[in-house]
Design a binder for this molecule. Sequence first.
Ligand SMILES: [Zn+2]
Length: 174
Amino acid sequence: MLDPGHGGRDPGALGVSGRTWEKYNALFVALDAKALLEQAGATVVLTRTSDTYPTLAERVQLAHSHGADLYISIHNDWNQDANIRGVTTYYWHERSRRLAEVLQAELTVRLGTRSVGVLRQPFYVIRNTQMPAVLLELGFLSNREEEARLADPAYRWRAAEAIYAGVLRYVTEA
Ligand SMILES: [Zn+2]
């Protein structure tokens, strides 16, 4: 299950330039990752495939009703400090830690960016799902350079490749 964060009436974070919205960046990465994973034979369901807003409870319920093996929520970060940059992977339950570590490693290398770290936070969608679940923050929209990267289709494709590679490693190294 891939979960592009936000959507519809909830745009998520606005880039520092005022031109980039998190909800679109997240959706495009999810669609790319879906294509890559499906090529490899995975069954991939998205919590949304367009600019709509399923509630957090609906997203979790969707994952359970599909019997999802993994849940990956995709976001862009924002911080008051415009200098902060890098990629972060959040998990909550211990069962999700290895997935978080593998995805964080792939993202850091393939995006050539700083690793903020693998952190524990009880975000709704990773706390209430019953399968290994992580929430990815692919970079900071509050940082001018990262905002430009996150809006670049080639960069988003690399993020999707990192998700694909991480899932592949997760399931083959299990
Ligand atoms: Zn978000």
